[in-house]
Design a binder for this molecule. Structure first.
Ligand SMILES: *[C@@H]1O[C@H](CO)[C@@H](O)[C@H](O)[C@H]1NC(C)=O
Length: 389
């Protein structure tokens, strides 16, 4: 997300210039005709082995894993130099996955579609909340507390038909738009009984709202944004189109919003108190909730209940959608049960558990309780009491 306190903007721009550097390098490498001699190839092998401090056998082993990764995710690299650069990053990510596994024993970590990206590239390209800041709810009011006694033990909005298919943001920091549409799709379902697939692209192209108290925290297409800014934009713009009338391209373009095609109007929104029992109560009563989280463990996540021993609560960098919870999660590694949240992500169905993330409940894990919000749609139909419990 783009919310940046004064001190954090340096980090962000440093990250941007780093990334641009590697892009420039990449394009200069991929232009021109590369006929690599055997000598050169040997040198590349030696260089990478030295850099990674690997012996010949270990390098071969890593390279075989890398080739399997390339095949299963359909990856190709335009030059041998780029191939070796990515191999080096892949090798480091194998080590990171093992570290994550040790820190997060109730989940499974390993090779994912992001295993050839540095953490900076991953954050820049696949999240969309440029964090590093202690985030405080500053737009919208905080919702009053609800009664938490008598909540169901298990709850899942997917079973009630309030959640659209898992979507794919692509190489664009647009998580904030997917988190926003998810919460509005849910609120609209609760209000009308109809599930619509709403447009992230309208938000990418048309929304440049800034946070009321942090004028530097503005929604900016693939460069990040905040869900609370997006609600404010939608309230002003008059509403949100369906994805079919304003389809996703994954790039910021010219705004083509047509007020006549509005499918859902947003009346208001609230921030949910920083309390996981309140979050459960609001989830059940209101519908799926937009949520910010520190995504560091998500780059290597394969499945299970993620419950890392250490995960910064102050580095929210990813917007997702809370859709349910369960009292117990089976964990293959330790045969331990943990209550967990069910979280919809926007990295396609091949990521995680069919596109979903399970995060343990009750520990304010990875800051997941600090940026939770719910949209209210303007009702055009008789509301259905969907969430009576
Ligand atoms: C829903 O919208 C997303 C983008 O907003 C699109 O990628 C997806 O194909 C749509 N799904 C359906 C079932 O129409």
């Amino acid at each position: 997300m783009a919310a940046k306190p004064p001190g954090a903007s340096l980090t962000c721009s440093a990250r941007v210039s780093l990334f641009l550097c590697s892009l420039t390098l990449f394009s200069s490498l991929s232009t021109g005709n590369h006929k690599i001699s055997e000598n050169h190839e040997t040198t590349l092998h030696e260089e990478i082995a030295n850099k990674l401090k690997l012996g010949d056998k270990e390098l071969l082993h890593t390279e075989n894993k890398f080739k399997a990764f390339m095949q299963s995710y359909g990856k190709s690299y335009s030059t041998r130099e780029e191939y070796f650069r990515r191999l080096g990053i892949f090798a480091k990510n194998l080590i990171r996955a093992a570290e994550h596994q040790a820190l997060d024993p109730t989940a499974i970590h390993g090779v994912t579609q992001f295993s050839d990206l540095t953490h900076d590239e991953f954050e820049r390209l696949y999240t969309g909340m440029n964090g590093g800041f202690p985030w405080k709810n500053s737009a919208g009011g905080v919702a009053p507390p609800l009664e938490v006694d008598g909540l169901p033990e298990n709850f899942d909005w997917r079973e009630k038909g309030a959640v659209t298919e898992v979507k794919t943001q692509g190489s664009c920091g647009s998580c904030w738009a997917f988190s926003t549409t998810g919460s509005i799709e849910g609120a609209n379902f609760v209000a009308t009984g109809k599930l619509l697939n709403l447009s992230e692209q309208q938000l990418l192209d048309c929304d440049s709202k800034c946070d009321i108290t942090q004028q530097s925290a503005c929604d900016n297409g693939c460069a990040g944004g905040l869900m609370t800014n997006a609600y404010n934009y939608l309230i002003e713009a008059g509403g949100l189109e369906e994805s079919s009338s304003y389809p996703y391209t994954g790039k910021k373009g010219e705004c083509k919003f047509d007020p006549r095609k509005v499918a859902v109007r947003v009346a208001d929104f609230v921030n949910i108190p920083e309390d996981e029992n309140q979050m459960a109560a609001y989830l059940v009563k209101h519908g799926p909730l937009a949520m910010g989280v520190n995504a560091i463990f998500m780059q290597t996540y394969i499945g299970g209940v993620s419950c890392p021993l250490i995960c910064s609560k102050n580095r929210l960098d990813h917007g997702v959608l809370l859709v349910g919870y369960a009292p117990k999660g089976f964990s293959i590694l330790r045969f331990r049960n943990k209550p967990y949240w069910i979280i919809k992500n926007s990295w396609g169905k091949n990521w995680g558990e069919n596109g979903y993330y399970k995060l343990c409940r009750g520990l304010a894990m990875c800051g997941m309780n600090t940026m939770v919000s719910a949209a209210m749609v303007a009702q055009t139909h008789t509301p259905r009491a969907y969430a009576s419990y």
